[in-house]
Design a protein around this ligand. Structure first.
Ligand SMILES: [Zn+2]
Length: 179
């Protein structure tokens, strides 16, 4: 979602990614609440990594157009300060950025970094960006708290996500045969 380029990563099914996103909620005992404090979740996961990974906030001049960045070796997860502030205030798009970067940290640490993209015919399930987006969508909007009758506006309210993330989640679920 954030980086203009994408990378080839080991293939994963969406079900495998969902399992890893659900595991984060389970470990942190957050399965009962629809809306999670994603900033706190990222900070807690980093904290539990026993100092192997550092949570960083950098200025706009340092990060430029990048909203978030995760070290390929997993030694840091970094956010632009305005994104960090907006995520703390509950902005849906910034919250998704947090969940997306956490996806990179959990799914792609130490993955080999060969450039690839959809344009060269690489399927989504082998690309870092779609995998991180899927992780973020499942972590923020788990199926357990969705219902068949949900509209995007319900999802926005319940989970604190953007309209775009809510619509994508609902259309993706519909496309794959519903809940
Ligand atoms: Zn990304």
């Amino acid at each position: 979602m954030i980086e203009p380029d994408d990378y080839l990563v080991p293939p994963r099914t969406w079900a495998q990614i969902d399992k890893q996103a659900d595991a984060v909620r389970e470990v942190l005992k957050l399965t009962n609440q629809p809306r999670i404090d994603i900033v706190r979740v990222v900070e807690t996961v980093i904290c539990n990594a026993m100092e192997l990974s550092e949570f960083q906030v950098f200025s706009k001049s340092e990060m430029g157009h990048l909203e978030g960045l995760t070290c390929p070796q997993g030694s840091f997860i970094r956010f632009r300060e305005d994104v960090y502030e907006r995520a703390c205030e509950g902005d849906g798009r910034a919250r998704f950025t947090f969940a997306h970067e956490l996806g990179h940290l959990i799914l792609h640490r130490n993955a080999p970094l060969a450039r690839a993209s959809k344009r060269d015919g690489t399927p989504s399930y082998m690309l870092a960006e779609p995998q991180a987006n899927r992780f973020a969508a499942t972590l923020l909007m788990p199926k357990a708290h969705l219902s068949q009758t949900d509209e995007a506006s319900d999802v926005v309210r319940r989970f604190g996500v953007s309209w775009e993330a809510a619509s994508n989640r609902l259309s993706d679920i519909k496309k794959r045969g519903g809940l």
